[in-house]
Design a binder for this molecule. Structure first.
Ligand SMILES: [Zn+2]
Length: 122
């Protein structure tokens, strides 16, 4: 993986709260993700990615215990990454996303995906 740390960091700094998805599942994610997954937060941070600013999340319905699973959380990173890239922290796996909405970014970038994430739905 070849991440342009500075460019990625700058990109996340330009994303304001009003640009983030305001649905209750995404707000739930942003509220808890740092404290729930500190090691994942640190890993993304080392790439310049702000874990509270996902490009896209794919939440399932909350289960009977009030747990909400996100089966894919996607993040934009500048640079390039080979398709074989895999990483794992605890139960969370990282890979290159192959399916995502248009990023509207013309510079070299890729979309990193991590899954699964389970959080309490509050
Ligand atoms: Zn949302």
């Amino acid at each position: 993986m070849n991440v342009n740390f500075t460019k990625t960091k700058e990109y996340y700094a330009t994303i304001t709260d009003s640009e983030l998805c305001n649905c209750s599942y995404c707000r739930n994610y942003r509220l808890q993700i740092k404290s729930a997954l500190p090691e994942v937060t640190a890993y993304l941070g080392s790439l310049g990615i702000d874990i509270e600013k996902p490009f896209e999340t794919s939440p399932l319905e909350p289960d009977e215990n009030g747990m909400l699973e996100y089966c894919g959380c996607q993040y934009i990173a500048f640079g390039n990454c080979d398709t074989e890239y895999r990483h794992k922290i605890g139960d969370v796996e990282f890979r290159i996303a192959t399916s995502y909405p248009s990023t509207c970014i013309e510079q070299e970038h890729f979309v990193l995906e991590l899954y699964p994430v389970r959080l309490k739905f509050v």
